[in-house]
Design a protein around this ligand. Structure first.
Ligand code: DGL
Length: 257
């Protein structure tokens, strides 16, 4: 098989990266995609840096063993912990990461306060700290670690009293801070978009980095002559380190959120 007809590997600590997968499939419908979710080890965002690095390198090896032509790390946490190591280990492989969409939120004209929701590990890592510092002259960037929130998505909780109680508590200190944008800095959170909007309690723009990541994937494949030239639609295959999560992967892929 020609290199350009091989699948694109997409990886997340669990099911959240399916939000990024969807943006990639929408933009590149002719490609084959192989999504690997490591739900057996989720959440990554509350593990040590060394552990997340080890798990991320192993997950990418798992995709490479199946002959993928490029890898999307559809996880902000794994990107902040290990993207540089992946690029060092695989210098010829297109490796696309995701980071919280602080830039478009901070640069939006009407923006003065931007609330960034992400995992504790993403927020404490250098990569995010530098990103937030780069835009702090354009907006008041408020970093909000959300321990336990990705886990709710892993368990299929998108709404209801547990989610509402968590979000109401989380947002209480920010309700009157003049926040115009909420950045979803974890790929699990787009599946909670409606609950987040409702529990914030007043109108706010909510953005995530999935479309920017899909565009970056297209740019990199194009630059390397690796875009599939096939005429019809490609396929999407799901794998998960917890096989019982496969049915839910399909559900999330089709979910309206
Ligand atoms: N989906 C991951 C992210 O974008 C993190 C979820 C987890 O903690 O495993 O950061």
């Amino acid at each position: 098989m020609e290199q350009r007809d091989k699948p694109i590997g997409v990886f997340d600590s669990g099911l959240g990266g399916i939000s990024v997968l969807r943006a990639c499939v929408d933009l590149l419908p002719r490609e084959d995609f192989l999504f690997f979710g490591d739900s057996a080890h989720a959440p990554y965002g509350e593990k040590s840096l060394a552990e997340v690095r080890r798990l991320t390198l192993a997950a990418v090896d798992h995709l490479l063993d199946q002959g993928v032509k490029g890898v999307v790390v559809a996880c902000n946490t794994a990107t902040s912990a290990a993207i540089h190591l992946l690029r060092q280990a695989h210098p010829d492989l297109p490796v696309i990461g995701i980071e919280p969409a602080v830039k478009p939120a901070a640069q939006a004209q009407e923006s003065s306060s931007v609330l960034v929701m992400a995992t504790p590990l993403t927020i404490r890592e250098d990569k995010y700290q530098k990103l937030a510092a780069a835009f702090c002259h354009q907006a008041n960037v408020i970093s909000l670690p959300c321990p336990g929130l990705a886990e709710m998505v892993e368990q299929g909780l998108f709404d209801g009293p547990v989610v509402d109680a968590y979000l109401q508590d989380l947002f209480l200190p920010f309700r009157y801070c003049g926040v115009e944008y909420i950045v979803l800095g974890c790929t699990h959170y787009p599946f909670l978009r409606r609950a987040i909007a409702r529990n914030f309690g007043r109108p706010v723009a909510i953005i995530d980095g999935s479309q920017g990541t899909a565009r970056q994937l297209r740019r990199q494949l194009e630059a390397k002559g690796l875009l599939s030239q096939r005429a019809g639609r490609g396929t999407v295959t799901f794998q998960n380190s917890l096989p019982e999560k496969l049915a839910m992967s399909q559900t999330l892929f089709q979910m309206d959120y």
